[in-house]
Write a protein that binds this ligand. Structure first.
Ligand code: 5AD
Ligand code: FES
Length: 342
């Protein structure tokens, strides 16, 4: 039995349930728990993919530094602010600013963007950052400039696999940064990839238990989709079912967390996001990056919604959400687990 589970009898029982029941029964239980806490609500987050420059070289990622086939772009601070204002006017109340690890976006440039967004939306919009590792002092500066939340997946909880796939970057340092974010007062999101080569069922269980141990406010889980221009291009595609089981397991372990139905799930399976919403996910992230740019933010191949504007996607997502008897909600959707005094 896993070392984490043995000190947490409730988690142990949930894992035992996960190991023994069918996917149908697992997903149904997670769906019940999700609806009992979050109702039928699905929060919307406007996603802005502001830069595909990346100094990292993760073996799974299409925009890794070594991929010279990528047409690199970076939105200007003004473009980023204008997109969020446009999203705000369309009713969105949470924005996720995501990019590669791009040093052009210095601490001060991000602070400027945060300040502008907060001013122009009269403090009514929540801003989530997702731009990788930075020193604790920078996280503190951005929090002070108005950032509310931060997303940084730990990707895999197996330290050796982590180091191998992330070109020497350590799990330990990533978890330390997630602690820094917590200490700075952020709502903290993490998560992982499902179906990486070298991962086992025990790794997947350990991934979910790590989310519980760290009490993440948000957990993003996506199927790994091999990108042909990466060292893992020939790795096998694992079925979406693994990611659905992972979603359900984390929902049972962390009932209060906000969990997206990820675009990767929707890219692997036409109904992937609906299936995730029916397995415990309660967040959708329409991609409001302009079409000219989002086509170059390909972490994995066959990404959906490249020809639609994020605003068109909202109508489509509304229909998809109804298919699983849920309803989109435009409010900020703060995590129920988050509190300013950790
Ligand atoms: N398939 C699916 N998801 C991927 N990501 C990176 N590469 C891939 C891939 N090939 C995910 C990582 C990262 C997030 C932004 O995208 O988990 O944290
Ligand atoms: Fe983007 Fe359906 S959600 S086209």
């Amino acid at each position: 039995m896993n070392k984490l589970a043995s000190s947490d009898p409730e988690a142990e029982a949930i894992v035992e349930f996960y190991r023994t029941v069918s996917t149908g029964a697992l997903v149904q239980r997670a769906d019940e728990v999700c609806r009992s806490i979050h109702g039928n609500k699905v929060w919307l987050r406007g996603l802005v993919e502001f830069s595909n420059y990346c100094s990292m070289d993760c073996q799974y990622c299409g925009i890794r530094h070594s991929n010279t086939n990528v047409e690199r772009y970076r939105l200007s601070p003004e473009q980023i602010v204008n997109l969020t204002v446009q999203g705000y006017e369309a009713g969105l109340r949470t924005f996720v600013l995501q990019g590669g690890e791009d040093p052009w976006f210095t601490a001060d440039r991000i602070s400027f963007i945060l300040d502008q967004i907060k001013t122009k939306t009269r403090g009514m919009a929540a801003v989530t950052l997702s731009l990788g590792l930075r020193p604790r002092s920078v996280f503190a500066q951005w929090k002070a400039a108005g950032a509310d939340r931060y997303l940084m997946r730990f990707e895999t909880s197996d330290p050796e696999l982590h180091r191998r796939l992330r070109c020497g970057a350590t799990l330990e340092r990533r978890l330390e940064a997630l602690e820094d974010l917590r200490d700075c007062g952020y709502e903290v999101g993490s998560g992982y990839l499902v179906g990486l080569p070298g991962e086992s069922e025990e790794t997947r269980i350990a991934n979910a238990l790590l989310c519980r141990e760290k009490k993440f406010d948000m957990v993003g889980i996506g199927p790994f989709i091999p990108h042909p221009e990466t060292p893992l291009g020939d790795a096998p595609q694992q079925p979406l079912e693994l990611a659905l089981r992972a979603t359900a397991l984390v929902r049972l372990l962390l009932p209060l967390a906000n969990m997206p139905a990820t675009t990767a799930a929707g890219s692997l399976d036409k109904q992937g996001r609906e299936k995730m919403m029916a397995a415990g996910a309660n967040v959708l992230m329409p991609n409001i990056t302009p079409e000219d740019f989002k086509k170059n933010y390909l972490l994995y191949p066959n990404k959906i919604c490249l020809d639609e504007s994020g605003f068109e996607c909202i109508n489509c997502l509304d229909i998809r959400t109804h298919l699983v008897r849920k309803n989109i909600d435009y409010a900020r959707g703060d995590s129920l687990s988050w509190s300013p005094e950790p």
